[in-house]
Design a protein around this ligand. Structure first.
Ligand code: HEM
Ligand SMILES: *[C@@H]1O[C@H](CO)[C@@H](O)[C@H](O)[C@H]1NC(C)=O
Ligand SMILES: *[C@@H]1O[C@H](CO)[C@@H](O)[C@H](O)[C@H]1NC(C)=O
Ligand SMILES: *[C@@H]1O[C@H](CO)[C@@H](O)[C@H](O)[C@H]1NC(C)=O
Ligand SMILES: *[C@@H]1O[C@H](CO)[C@@H](O)[C@H](O)[C@H]1NC(C)=O
Ligand SMILES: *[C@@H]1O[C@H](CO)[C@@H](O)[C@H](O)[C@H]1NC(C)=O
Ligand SMILES: *[C@@H]1O[C@H](CO)[C@@H](O)[C@H](O)[C@H]1NC(C)=O
Ligand SMILES: *[C@@H]1O[C@H](CO)[C@@H](O)[C@H](O)[C@H]1NC(C)=O
Ligand SMILES: *[C@@H]1O[C@H](CO)[C@@H](O)[C@H](O)[C@H]1NC(C)=O
Ligand SMILES: *[C@@H]1O[C@H](CO)[C@@H](O)[C@H](O)[C@H]1NC(C)=O
Ligand SMILES: CC(=O)N[C@H]1CO[C@H](CO)[C@@H](O)[C@@H]1O
Length: 326
């Protein structure tokens, strides 16, 4: 009797384990192989045209995926609109997110090929992957099978997107909420090898770091002087590359910039202050090959792409990514 009960218990555990495996397997490689064959190539080909027309778009789309995943999971809720200004898009950190129109255009092409099959969340994940590769970064296989949400709240964007002046402790906490590790954090920060930031995202470091009209002492002096000539109080709309070494190429230039105290954001410079993240920065600064960063980045992007996903019958597949939620 006791034996039977323990056998039954083992069996129940096994079923529970395989059930959770099945649930996880809802997100998988080639999810659309039979339901929308060729969708990944379709997305990639459309993006190739858009990237050729706008070399700054890859950075925008990479960031869009991050901002989508960190708020209510990777469910395309960042695409939703609000008439009264209460959606994720209306939150301050999203004010400079770019690429909404590109995603909507591609969704329209995908709808023409396979109506109501492919989620916007998956298109965003594919676009981020392609953005990295088109910028000479690694090519990784993206997991698909996400479904879209239809709730989008400004407060949640403010709550879950990490602050640009956060230290490593704070940043690590924001990533932990998404089941991402400190390693994921220092690796994904490497996305700042692409793109730009607007003056208000870093001006505090130049003019009022501790609130006493001072400059961040950890900024390289020549770099800070150069920034201050462009990011003046009269010119707050100006932008600066996040990786001054090579802003349009996906490489380890970001880590070299951080290492040399020429990182733009407090959150970038902060990576040097912690022994674990600092060691990674130093490793990448010295790396003679991009292989380790590329492999790490692919893993971390796949991890990020799993955050809070809806799969199976949860969520929906809409005809357009943007709809008004109020
Ligand atoms: C570690 C926490 C992070 C913080 C605090 C942060 C913060 C920021 C800020 C403040 C900007 C500049 C916005 C502006 O002024 O226009 C920015 C840009 C950017 N971020 Fe992050 N970010 C973080 C992580 C990430 C991650 C995980 C990714 C993607 C995997 C990412 C991708 C980008 C890209 C590509 C840009 C450039 C966008 C463009 O050129 O339009 N960031 N980030
Ligand atoms: C999906 O299709 C591609 C290309 O035809 C093939 O290489 C891949 O093995 C397929 N994957 C699955 C899971 O069927
Ligand atoms: C994309 O990834 C592949 C495979 O890693 C690589 O050979 C190629 O150079 C990358 N870049 C572009 C622009 O395709
Ligand atoms: C990080 O920032 C938080 C919030 O500002 C602060 O409480 C904490 O002491 C800081 N940690 C370090 C190591 O500086
Ligand atoms: C990192 O350390 C430098 C130098 O000690 C300091 O100026 C800076 O404020 C620190 N950054 C953060 C985010 O704590
Ligand atoms: C600098 O920061 C302090 C404290 O946040 C603030 O009171 C002061 O007005 C700021 N100065 C400027 C010039 O923005
Ligand atoms: C990186 O290179 C510098 C200078 O060549 C050297 O001093 C340092 O020890 C190296 N660090 C690592 C982690 O290899
Ligand atoms: C983190 O993992 C836990 C346990 O698997 C899961 O319940 C939770 O939904 C995950 N959170 C996110 C944001 O993915
Ligand atoms: C939101 O999505 C759920 C499915 O997740 C669906 O039942 C509901 O009707 C949708 N609501 C709106 C307003 O589209
Ligand atoms: C936004 O609009 C919706 C529907 O139009 C309404 O229910 C909601 O209360 C409004 N929210 C605010 C903050 O005005
Ligand atoms: C694209 C978009 O809707 N951006 C909004 C982000 O939030 C700011 C306010 O914080 C709005 O001004 C932008 O229009």
């Amino acid at each position: 009797m006791a034996v039977a009960a323990s056998q039954l218990f083992k069996w129940v555990l096994l079923v529970a384990a395989s059930a959770s495996l099945l649930a996880r397997a809802d997100l998988r490689y080639d999810f659309y192989n039979t339901s929308c064959p060729g969708v990944e190539k379709l997305v990639r080909d459309e993006l190739a045209l858009k990237f050729a027309a706008d070399v700054t778009l890859p950075a925008g789309l990479l960031r869009l995926h991050f901002h989508d995943c960190f708020v209510r999971g990777c469910d395309a809720s960042i695409m939703l609109k609000s008439h009264n200004g209460t959606a994720e898009q209306d939150a301050d950190p999203n004010s400079t997110v770019r690429g909404y129109e590109a995603i909507e255009d591609i969704k329209a092409k995908v709808e023409a090929a396979c109506p109501l099959v492919v989620s916007c969340a998956d298109i965003i994940a594919m676009a981020a992957r392609d953005a990295v590769n088109f910028s000479q970064g690694p090519l990784y296989q993206v997991e698909t099978g996400r479904r879209d949400g239809n709730v989008s709240l400004k407060e949640e964007a403010l709550q879950f997107l990490p602050p640009s002046d956060g230290n490593v402790t704070v940043l690590t906490e924001y990533f932990a909420v998404q089941n991402l590790t400190m390693k994921d954090m220092v690796v994904l920060s490497g996305a700042h090898t692409l793109g730009i930031a607007h003056c208000p995202s870093f001006s505090k470091r130049l003019y009022n770091y501790t609130g006493a009209g001072d400059q961040d002492p950890s900024l390289d002096a020549a770099y800070a002087k150069n920034l201050a000539t462009v990011c003046t109080p009269e010119n707050v709309a100006s932008v600066q590359p996040l990786d001054p070494m090579s802003p349009k190429t996906f490489d380890q230039g970001y880590y070299q910039s951080v290492y040399n105290h020429q990182a733009l954001l407090v959150s970038d410079a902060a990576l040097l202050n912690d022994s674990l993240t600092g060691a990674y920065v130093q490793l990448m600064n010295n790396a003679s090959s991009l292989d380790t960063f590329f492999a790490d980045f692919a893993v971390a992007m796949i991890n990020m792409g799993r955050a809070g996903v809806r799969t199976g019958t949860d969520g929906e597949i809409r005809a357009t990514c943007a709809i008004y939620v109020d």
